[in-house]
Design a binder for this molecule. Structure first.
Ligand SMILES: *Cc1c(COP(=O)(O)O)cnc(C)c1O
Length: 499
């Protein structure tokens, strides 16, 4: 299977090259030349498989230039019981007869990005060996919080790589910040950028597309790569858990093979829900894809009107990993539903850069409304949902997952559609403990208390134990205190690389 760019269809590279490069030279994203299918026999077989076997079944269809041995090696290094504290890796929690939470946060950093970022470094180093790459890979990451830490954990001390993470100085939680600035490892760097996530992301994109700077790096035997969700190696592992959730539901007699389900995803950069869309295209019986946003509801408007317009107020919310106005992975989806019209995609993305907006044609709008339902909610509703979920079901969810719950509840009351539904649960409540506790018991609970006391209180209230990786932050050294302007990001990279 070869890969092409969303802005240049004629390009044809192997999956190893696509993963190694991250972003295509003309700014497009790599996509497979076709979406393979999974037969119902294969889906049936998945019910009795381990998570790793399910991962192999899905990944081998996309990463055809990786040998079996290479794939197994990557999968088995990534998804271990030790790292995920559960042999299931991504267990499904039945809330009631209609809603099932797919818990994607059992990995080392307590958020769903571990699902991809634990395997990406292995896919990437394998790709380097396969393509005879002698340069050292520099992983540049812009993060709204969760990606940064998950990438640092995934890449730390992986030979042949270095990783530099930029996070927005406004807009990550205290725990997220602590997780990043205490990162250990011989090949890691972390800096705060004054501004929001889009500032950090645009800064990183600028470095990637700066031809003369890339030549300087090349002269020093460095090559840039990305661990952002624009990298195909990030996206493809996310397809796996939708198949896995379905297989678990069949196994638990909640559904029969072939029954339709709906999927709800709390969405930011459109990576997670795009993986669900690809799973549907591969044959997984998904009826509706439900896109849930917070007050940064640019995607809600897009799905409902066909107009993408980022010219709007940016809101800092209690679900910060979804505080995004430019959803990079949407480009892959648009490419697919435009029947792979690379010229159109290049033009839409140009309009986005130049005017901050674009509109798709009526044919694409029609496709979008058949596939998707979209909704959003504000912080108040998010908090109410956390409280109600705890009171009604004794189950504590984080702020991002709560946005999805609200949007799905509203979807049910609007449409009456009670199809069994998988809600992607994207973070452990402990990771956003302060907001979760305020939701459960008001501001008094948290007043004057430090993060670690809050973890204890949340543990008591939820009956869940504190993830070890969060508890141990208390005793870790604060290593990275650098704060830079967005114009300085290139200098930070050069400093870190000593060039
Ligand atoms: C990154 C993230 C999201 C958004 O996922 P996208 O793939 O960017 O749409 C939602 N919730 C949490 C907790 C996240 O870390």
């Amino acid at each position: 299977m070869q890969y092409q760019s969303t802005r240049n269809k004629k390009m044809s590279v192997s999956s190893a090259q696509a993963i190694k490069t991250g972003l295509s030279a003309e700014g497009g994203l790599f996509v497979p030349e076709n979406i393979p299918s999974v037969s119902s026999a294969e889906m049936d077989a998945m019910t009795s498989m381990t998570y790793n076997e399910r991962a192999y079944t899905v990944l081998k269809k996309f990463l055809t230039d990786y040998t079996d041995e290479e794939l197994w090696n990557c999968i088995n290094k990534a998804y271990t019981k030790e790292k995920f504290e559960t042999a299931n890796i991504a267990p499904v929690y039945k809330l009631n007869g209609a809603q099932y939470f797919l818990e994607l946060w059992h990995g080392p950093t307590c958020a769903f990005k571990d699902m991809a970022l634990q395997i990406l470094p292995h896919l990437l180093t394998t790709a380097m060996a396969k393509t005879d790459e002698k340069d050292e890979l520099i992983i540049l990451v812009a993060t709204s919080g969760d990606t940064g830490k998950a990438a640092l954990e995934g890449f730390k001390d992986v030979s042949g790589t270095r990783i530099i993470v930029f996070y927005p100085s406004d807009g990550v939680s205290e725990i997220q910040k602590l997780q990043m600035i205490t990162q250990e490892g011989s090949n890691v760097g972390v800096a705060a950028v004054k501004g929001n996530f889009d500032d950090a992301q645009n800064g990183v994109k600028k470095i990637f597309t700066d031809v003369s700077y890339n030549a300087v790096l090349e002269n020093n035997n460095f090559k840039l790569s990305s661990a952002n969700s624009i990298n195909w190696g990030r996206l493809v592992p996310q397809i796996v858990y939708y198949f896995s959730a379905y297989a678990d539901m069949v196994k638990g007699n909640e559904i029969k093979t072939g029954d339709k389900i709906n999927v709800v995803v709390p969405t930011g950069n459109f990576g997670n829900i795009l993986a669900a869309y690809y799973a549907k295209k591969m044959g997984l019986p998904i009826a509706k894809l439900i896109c849930a946003s917070n007050s940064n509801n640019v995607l809600t408007d897009f799905i409902n009107t066909g107009i993408y317009n980022k010219n709007r107020e940016f809101h800092t919310t209690i679900s910060p990993s979804m505080d995004i106005l430019i959803s990079s992975n949407l480009e892959r989806f648009l490419y697919d539903i435009s029947d792979r019209d690379d010229t159109l995609i290049a033009s839409l993305m140009k309009q986005l850069v130049e005017n901050g907006s674009y509109e798709v044609d009526s044919r694409m709008k029609e496709k979008i409304s058949q596939l998707f339902y979209a909704g959003y909610c504000n912080d108040d509703k998010t908090r109410q949902a956390i409280k109600a979920c705890k009171e009604e079901f004794g189950y504590v969810i984080d702020t991002h997952t709560a946005v999805a719950k609200v949007v799905h509840d509203e979807y049910i009351s609007k449409t009456g559609d009670i199809t069994k539904t998988v809600i992607a649960s994207t973070a452990s409540p402990f990771k956003f403990n302060q907001s979760v506790l305020i939701a459960l018991g008001g501001c008094e609970i948290v007043a004057g208390k430090d993060e670690f006391t809050l973890l204890d209180i949340l543990s008591e209230k939820s009956g869940m134990s504190i993830p070890a990786s969060l508890a141990e932050l208390k005793h870790k050294n604060r290593i990275f205190d650098l704060v830079c302007d967005k114009e300085q990001m290139q200098h930070v990279v050069s400093d870190f690389l000593n060039i």
